[in-house]
Design a protein around this ligand. Structure first.
Ligand SMILES: [Zn+2]
Length: 841
């Protein structure tokens, strides 16, 4: 379903393409709107905690209707969320969600910023959040965002007065925004930032409220709204043929990894914002009331404004190029403006408009998307002036080694192609998300270069400056080098041009579980970033483990090819765990990173370098049953994990479910959120329950009650709730210590709940019929006991098990206790236990 949705989005709306590196070639209606925006000197910063928190209706409205420069400051990149479109979790999911935010802003016209805060998972209170985050660092990043973006207006998505009632990250975003509102203009606060930016005092701070804040529409209707502004965000944009709320839905639908593909809404619709700080609104004319948003607010801006307002007023939709003389004149005046902030921002906008009006096409395409240090890369550079306005291409250069004089007069619609050669420097740094370069903490990314803090992505290293003389005025347009290529079944495609290391390596399994002391072969895959790679590979390991051979030769003829090497791991006699990591030695250089590619159609291709390591676990585990059918839901690596401990796992789709197929399995395991994502599963429930009655075991992992696509989740009554235990160290109490699941074939003790990661579990049922036996009890600090994490019901000859425990997180982290407990769940009813045997010895 996700895939269809994704294709529908990509092929129906050309807007969504604009971010994926393809150069914009806007129509005159879009140029006109860019000029309107150029003539509006005001800005709005929207603040929340996660990708998908942002209210795209309001962002689209501020950017497209009010014409304000609008940005979304998301404190985190959403690493802690769940991925509905693929296997990436944690930091790799953060990379995807960063790009989805950029894609959303590509639709609603906003900009995107971040802090160094890491989404470490659900947090129930801001006190906890601000302890796990480094509060001072995150606050400093919010202050930096305000000082750099210089918003007149800040709008918080969340209410700072609701600590403990919503996600702690949410309330924290509001609290920090409130604090930063004052600090941004205080020269004693974070004075080191003043080397790169200047003080700023925003004019107003709002909270984007709604009726649901007050429980019901009726309660909200009765409220005194004298301190609120209401905004009709359903406004229609005839120049674009869409209304603001339609555009907002399209922006929101970019969050595909969250499953936020959504229906468009149309028609009048009210949003409410409550004034928290700053100048009162006596006339309620809008968020910018009393703020001069014309060119007059900039010293020396009047001359620029006079020209540009004239262009806006008499815009020539049939021939935007007719405005080039005025635009170039305005550009000259703008260069005389002293205020650096406005000069930089408006120069950028004006240059884009000049380029659009001239139909100026500038592109530098490399023959490859990946190069290594010292590579020689052929570039194809295209320059095309589609106006009659006089222009000279003076030269092409990049900040590094390329500098080629051209002095060519660009005739109307005559394409100039240049073949140039780029030499990649010997010290060129590999391309990777900057916030993942150095290992951070649970709550914070470590960013070593202060200039990168807040940026959505790593700035491109290789750009081409197109130095033009437009009517005798020198103007430089800078474009990142890209790779333009085509595929017969996709058409024209664009990829970023990136630097990769000459060698990278990975161990194919991220977690290697050995359930005896027998040795196991592991495969190391070495990838060549260049031709003729020769070197040695070794595998580092903990002291009580051994790996043979010590070293192996690697020899790869062509760039991009891989070589697979087999090493043998010998575990210690007793339960033990640690990490192994491959190192590739090439000459004097040692390469320790793994190269990860993230390739989805709704976002640009991403290359991520992470330390290459795999967890090894020598596990003491017994199991019953052999064959497992797995129904994949939102996507998890549970099938691979169960294979590791010796099960035969077959992934089955809903239409494969029939009595004949089911009869081949000892157990059926349902993947996370399967009942939220698989429409057809509803029609297969009875067959699954029959399978249980006939002696099979069925394990259902967590689902959410929201968007549940099934009538009966279980053969007996079961009600899902939002109960969760987020503290991965929370005490686990055994409600039924004699239950088979805690005793056979593995004796489960509290030790098995040590070393868990991120959380205990989520969306536990809070009521269930008497057929169910609750087995475990747990809770976060200061909360009542939650007993619904593991519920087992005997049904006929088999067992139905519902569990919100986060096995999908614990397995990839190699948590041995999670494996032992899951093996017991699969083994239920298959243990050789006589009735009435006392199990707790
Ligand atoms: Zn959120």
């Amino acid at each position: 379903m996700q895939k269809q949705l994704l294709y529908a989005l990509l092929f129906t709306f050309s807007l969504a393409f604009t971010h994926a590196q393809k150069p914009k070639t806007p129509a005159s209606s879009e140029i006109y709107q860019a000029i309107q925006k150029l003539n509006f000197l005001g800005s709005v910063l929207y603040v929340a905690a996660h990708p998908d928190d942002e209210n795209t209706r309001l962002i689209a409205y501020m950017s497209n209707h009010v014409k304000a420069r609008t940005a979304y400051l998301s404190l985190t990149r959403g690493d802690g969320g769940q991925n509905l479109i693929g296997p990436e979790i944690s930091e790799l999911l953060g990379v995807i969600r960063t790009q989805e935010l950029l894609a959303a802003r590509g639709v609603d016209g906003g900009e995107q910023r971040f802090t160094r805060a890491n989404d470490f998972g659900y947090s129930k209170h801001p006190d906890e959040t601000l302890q796990i985050w480094n509060k001072d660092q995150v606050l400093s990043d919010v202050v930096l965002a305000i000082r750099q973006f210089k918003p007149d207006v800040i709008i918080n998505r969340f209410d700072h007065r609701r600590a403990g009632e919503t996600h702690g990250h949410h309330t924290s975003s509001a609290l920090l925004s409130l604090e930063a509102f004052e600090l941004a203009s205080d020269k004693t606060a974070y004075p080191e930032q003043l080397n790169q930016t200047s003080l700023w005092q925003p004019n107003r701070l709002f909270y984007n409220t709604s009726w649901w804040r007050y429980g019901s529409q009726e309660a909200f209707d009765k409220l005194d709204k004298s301190n609120m502004l209401s905004i009709d965000i359903g406004t229609y944009y005839p120049l674009e043929g869409v209304s603001n709320n339609e555009m907002a839905a399209l922006a929101r639908s970019q969050h595909l990894s969250q499953g936020f593909g959504t229906l468009a809404q149309r028609g009048t619709q009210q949003e409410y914002i409550e004034l928290l700080k700053g100048d009162t609104l006596s006339n309620k004319t809008g968020v910018f009331e009393g703020i001069d948003t014309s060119w007059n607010r900039v010293k020396g801006g009047k001359a620029v404004g006079n020209i540009l307002n004239g262009v806006e007023k008499n815009f020539n939709f049939k021939n935007p190029a007719a405005h080039l003389p005025q635009l170039v004149e305005a550009y000259k005046w703008l260069q005389k403006v002293e205020d650096q902030h406005w000069k930089t921002q408006k120069t950028k906008e004006l240059k884009d408009i000049i380029q659009m009006c001239a139909g100026l096409y500038l592109e530098a395409s490399a023959e490859t998307n990946w190069a290594t240090q010292n590579d020689i890369v052929n570039l194809n550079i295209e320059v095309l002036n589609r106006s009659y306005y006089p222009m000279v291409l003076q030269s092409l250069n990049n900040a590094r080694d390329l500098n080629i004089a051209k002095n060519i007069t660009l005739k109307n619609n005559v394409k100039y192609d240049f073949k140039e050669v780029l030499k990649v420097e010997s010290d060129a740094q590999p391309t990777t998300p900057y916030w993942l370069n150095t290992k951070g903490t649970l709550g914070m990314y470590q960013v070593d270069d202060a200039n990168l803090i807040g940026l959505p992505e790593t700035p491109r290293t290789y750009n081409i400056d197109f130095n033009l003389l437009i009517d005798n005025t020198p103007i430089t347009f800078t474009k990142p080098i890209i790779q333009r290529y085509s595929k017969p079944d996709k058409g024209e495609l664009y990829r970023p041009f990136e630097i990769i290391p000459e060698a990278s390596a990975k161990i194919t399994e991220k977690v290697i579980i050995l359930n005896s002391d027998a040795q196991r072969d592991i495969t190391v895959v070495v990838k060549a970033g260049r031709d003729n790679l020769e070197g040695d590979v070794e595998v580092c390991h903990p002291n009580d483990w051994s790996v043979f051979p010590k070293k192996q030769k690697v020899n790869i003829a062509h760039k991009g090819e891989e070589q697979t090497l087999v090493f043998t791991v010998i575990p210690p006699k007793n339960q033990s765990e640690g990490f192994i990591s491959p190192i590739v030695h090439v000459g004097d250089a040692a390469y320790t990173k793994e190269l990860i590619e993230i390739n989805y159609e709704h976002i640009p291709f991403q290359t991520v370098l992470l330390p290459s390591e795999s967890k090894i676990v020598r596990l003491d585990i017994k199991k019953r049953g052999e064959n497992i059918g797995y129904i994949q839901g939102a996507g998890d690596v549970v099938p691979e994990s169960l294979q590791q401990i010796g099960y035969n796992v077959r992934v089955i789709t809903p239409d494969e479910i029939n009595p004949e197929t089911l009869s081949r399995f000892d157990a059926i395991v349902v993947g996370i959120r399967a009942y939220n994502t698989l429409e057809d599963l509803n029609f297969k429930q009875q067959q699954l329950f029959d399978f249980v009655e006939n002696g099979g075991n069925m394990i259902v992992q967590y689902n959410t009650s929201h968007r549940l696509k099934v009538d009966a989740l279980a053969p007996f009554d079961l009600k899902l709730s939002r109960d969760r235990v987020t503290d991965e160290h929370a005490e686990v109490r055994f409600l039924n210590p004699n239950h088979e699941v805690l005793n056979a074939p593995n004796k489960i003790t509290t030790n098995d709940f040590e070393g868990w990661t991120q959380e205990r579990g989520l969306y536990f049922p809070d009521s269930w019929s008497s057929e169910f036996t609750p087995v475990l009890s747990m809770n976060d600090q200061g909360e009542t006991a939650k007993d619904g994490s593991l519920l087992i019901a005997k049904h006929g000859k088999g067992h139905y098990i519902y569990t919100g425990l986060s096995f999908f997180r614990e397995f990839p982290a190699g948590v041995s206790g999670a494996y032992r407990l899951f093996a017991n769940m699969l083994s239920l009813g298959k243990n050789d236990i006589k009735p009435n045997t006392k199990l707790n010895d």
